[in-house]
Design a protein around this ligand. Structure first.
Ligand code: NAD
Length: 448
């Protein structure tokens, strides 16, 4: 099949390369000339494990190409995926659909023969209707079936998620699209990944409902963590105790500094807004958004408290900046609010992240950057672990402590334990765990 992907970011590029790997003939389109030029030279503009090799092998096999010229790529495509960004609209939190609609107009102008236009971008319910309307009004002769095919991949595990999805959701209004989309995903279907067809509006709602539910689950365990701190419980054990219940499940029950990233914050907010517009407010999600917003800033207060209530003139070392490990994505990362909270109170901040330093430099002009965890620790009054990269999981705590001014470790991901940190001379605080504990969990449990 001939497939064109419009938007070659985290989702578009991963979708394109995986579909090429299934044997389809794929062209990835982007309006960002630098991005396409880099891709043509074999450079991958984002950090995603395994992506570089998969791009190289599919380019070499002649199944994957890149272009900025949408008009040249679309006419021969059987399926055009829209995978452009849908950020929060400035000012009101609705999803900004201007990129999606711009692509719909461009596709309409160059489409030829029956074509499926599949929206992979996360879009509010009803967007598919508008895309179909834009295409029909821009080019009344266009023979197009607009489908919703939301993407559920996670950054950091994107290729595996795409190739081994829990399910593929396709929302259709035109029966002709069913056979085409079944063919697109045939290799996965043969692997028994459930391919779920529904109507377009339902598919759009499934994506937002999934993200909102996961965001609520994280927020729930974060509040339980606060209660554990107040009442003297251990949140990791509570999470394990409830997660072993199959009705609940153990995933997304890791207490931390609040969710961030390119999806949950904007998608929960967009769901809140669209639900209000439909006169059907989602109060659980509204509350989740507000709790999470406050939590990120509260984490800087936690660090300040661990430093004796004052960080003015003190140097705080930060380990991890990206919103989660194995990505270079800094969008809505909790580190942004936490660091700002520390800077506002007069701290100096030194930070290190394995992949996120380049994007972080553009956003954090008052932060100094170090080359590694041990350099961050040098002369620091406290260390804050914000992102649980693997390389922060087995740090030599003695080596860290020796170069620090004061051995304080604030572990916002519960990577270490009180017992371990205390043994190496650290004053230690974490999320939702008592100061004196009987650690029954292994680190593997904690890291899961
Ligand atoms: P991104 O910002 O990484 O990539 C979007 C790309 O689209 C950019 O390279 C941009 O230059 C390009 N683009 C914008 N307008 C264009 C146009 N008119 N023509 C050609 N290219 C254009 O975004 P992303 O993280 O890949 O997200 C894309 C969509 O997928 C969003 O709706 C997001 O919510 C959704 N999504 C993202 C993830 C994730 O983990 N990042 C997961 C699931 C769904």
């Amino acid at each position: 099949m001939k497939i064109a992907i419009v938007g070659s970011g985290y989702v578009g590029l991963v979708t394109g390369v995986c579909l090429a790997d299934f044997g389809h003939d794929v062209v990835c389109i982007d309006k960002d000339e630098r991005k396409i030029a880099a891709l043509e030279q074999g450079q991958i503009p984002i950090y995603e494990p395994g992506l570089s090799d998969l791009v190289a092998s599919n380019v070499a096999a002649g199944r994957l190409t890149f272009t900025t010229n949408l008009a040249s790529a679309v006419p021969s495509a059987d399926v055009v995926f829209i995978a452009v960004g849908t950020p929060s609209r400035r000012g009101d939190g609705h999803a900004d659909l201007s990129f999606v609609y711009a692509v719909a107009r461009e596709v309409a102008a160059s489409v030829s023969g029956f074509t499926v236009v599949a929206t992979k971008s996360t879009v509010p319910v009803g967007t598919g209707d508008e895309v179909a309307h834009i295409i029909a009004s821009t080019n009344p002769n266009a023979d197009v079936a607009v489908v919703s095919n939301p993407e559920f991949l996670r950054e950091g595990a994107a290729i595996d998620d795409f190739k081994r999805p829990d399910r593929i959701v396709v929302g259709i209004e035109d029966e002709r699209a069913r056979a085409v989309m079944t063919e697109v995903y045939r290799p996965l279907y043969l692997n028994q990944a459930p391919l779920m067809f529904t109507n377009r509006r339902t598919a759009e709602l499934i994506k937002y409902a999934a993200n909102a539910f996961l965001a609520m689950k994280i927020t729930f365990i974060n509040e339980i963590a606060d209660l554990c701190e107040a009442a003297g419980g251990n949140v990791q054990e509570v999470a394990r105790g409830i997660g072993l219940d199959n009705r609940i499940g153990s995933k997304f029950l890791h207490a931390g500094p609040g969710y961030g990233g390119s999806c949950f914050p904007k998608d929960t907010l967009a769901l809140v807004k669209i639900a209000q517009d439909f006169g059907s407010p989602m109060r659980l999600v509204e509350t989740t958004v507000s709790i999470n917003d406050q939590r990120k800033r509260a984490m800087s207060r936690k660090v300040i408290a661990a430093c004796g209530g004052d960080v003015r003139g003190k140097t705080i070392g930060v380990l991890g900046l990206t919103f989660k490990p194995n990505t270079d994505d800094m969008r809505e990362a909790p580190s942004i609010d936490i660091i700002q909270g520390l800077l506002d109170k007069g701290a100096n901040v030194v930070a290190y992240d394995p992949q996120g330093m380049e994007p972080a430099r553009d956003m954090m002009d008052k932060v100094s950057f170090a080359k590694g965890a041990y350099e961050v620790a040098k002369g620091a009054d406290a260390l804050v672990l914000i992102t649980e990269w693997n390389e922060f999981r087995s740090l030599d705590l003695d080596r860290l402590r020796e170069t620090m001014k004061t051995p304080i470790l604030v572990d916002l991901r519960n990577v270490y334990s009180h017992a371990e940190a205390n043994k190496h001379g650290f004053a230690y605080s974490s999320i939702g765990r008592p100061l004196v504990e009987n650690e029954t969990l292994s680190l593997t449990d904690a890291a899961e």
